[in-house]
Design a protein around this ligand. Sequence first.
Ligand code: MCA
Ligand code: AMP
Length: 499
Amino acid sequence: MNCLYDALFGRHRDNAADFLILPDGTRISFAGFVGLAAQHAHAWRAAGVKPGDRVALHLEKSVHMLAAVAGAIQAGVIFLPLNTAYTAAEVGYFVENSGARLLICDPKSESILAPVAPQVRTLAVDGAGSFGDLARAAPVTYPTEAREAGDLAAFLYTSGTTGRSKGAMLSHANLLSNARVLVDEWRFGPRDVLLHALPIFHTHGLFVATNVALLAGCPMVFLPKFDLEQVIAWLPKSTVMMGVPTFYTRLLEDARLDRDLVAGMRLFVSGSAPLLAETHRQWQGRTGHVILERYGMTETNMNTSNPYDGERRAGTVGRPLPGIEVRVCDDGGAVLPAGQIGMVEVRGPNVFQGYWQMPDKTRQELRDNGFFITGDLGEFSADGYLTIVGRGKDLVISGGFNVYPKEIELALDDLPGVLESAVIGAPHPDLGEGVVAVVVPEPGAQLTPEALVAALAGRLARFKQPRHIVLRSELPRNTMGKVQKALLRAELAGVFGAA
Ligand code: MCA
Ligand code: AMP
């Protein structure tokens, strides 16, 4: 028994229906994909990986990457999907911290990543002796490794307010329980066609979108990334799209978006970052569809959702999903009534198992009674809709990617000539929020924003790098000496022209 494998893949062994539709029209059936997954399970074993080992994947979105993930689940291997935008230094940290036995990557990044992962074999997906070759040579069936519901399936690294990334440990049961709830709540069935333009190294694209399609037995139009032309071309042949708010704002900027284009669609889901009420309304005006906004986290998968039937209220993230408790608490953990703002806490089968080898961090965020302290500030309405009103954690969400200011500040402060820095998010018309750094040079240092960005290049993924840098002689501080980021946010709100 391997409940996650059996539910997502095993039962499709003889299913000849389409699972993946690629942009060039190629179709891969469920049964075909199950065979590919088995070949990748063999490849993990052939590469020396055992059940319970960790492996890291630094791969562009592809059928092979998805099959490597599925194969890891079948082989009982814990997988770490990594954002391909991460630099070698960032990948090195994840590999070392997780103790990953093997890192697989695309051929183009092999030479860059090999030095940071000396304890693992870096194998390309294609090419002689590669992981891909191991898979291609393998049989299309594999004796599935038994896994208990509580066994770990994946580590997803999430940056922290201290600047150090933490590996969120997700069990088979965490992933399966959430996917089941979402299939029911969003009425997924085999007649759906899911337009999939999200990356598959994060919860949204991998667990919310892909697992739901697998459970429902519906095909996915599997686009390599969000490409406006491709999305517009495939919308008429799809029934559901899941996206970050940037997908919706980009589509709204295109005159081709109208009711006819989306006539065959039944559902648009948004999440990972706040959807502006204005975007929600504009979308309804142009398409006649009301976007369904939901709220989740890496540590918990999805927690709340606006209803499928019933009012999808703009600016809110809806009600707690079935089987999941969501409460709003004061600083001491006492539950607050509707109408009061406090910390959002979550408990349920979806909540992760803790941070890998960080018991103190786990204790700080996961209460003994099972409630996870999300770091988001929220408020319930009298009729049970949750609004996320802000963040108790210092976090910027840029185009759906999380950027923790502390990590950027530590990198900036480390550069020659930088005395100190403060990083904030400012409203951005395309990305929701854009990263802004206020940097104080050391006396006499000649710094320019361009030189600072160039110096960060090898250290931080591009999406984390400031898109706007302001040089100042000092940072505003309160009487306790704490940097007043609220003042900076107010002052710099217009730098991207979106305030
Ligand atoms: C790309 N770039 C970005 C971002 N993405 N910069 C800031 N923020 C970003 N999100 C940079 C690139 O490095 C490049 O920089 C330039 O922008 C253009 O790159 P390109 O690849 O063309 O970008 P894009 O295709 O336009 O991508 C924007 C995007 C993409 C479509 C918004 O970032 C995306 O798909 N985001 C989705 C993220 C996601 O799945 N989040 C879910 C996390 P340069 O030109 O200078 O080199 S899971 C989660 O949050 C929870 C659990 C939840 O609730 O879902
Ligand atoms: P991640 O660490 O990538 O899992 O990001 C999780 C964070 O994204 C949450 O803690 C929220 O701050 C934010 N988030 C996700 N969905 C929404 C939403 N619909 N509205 C507002 N914030 C959201």
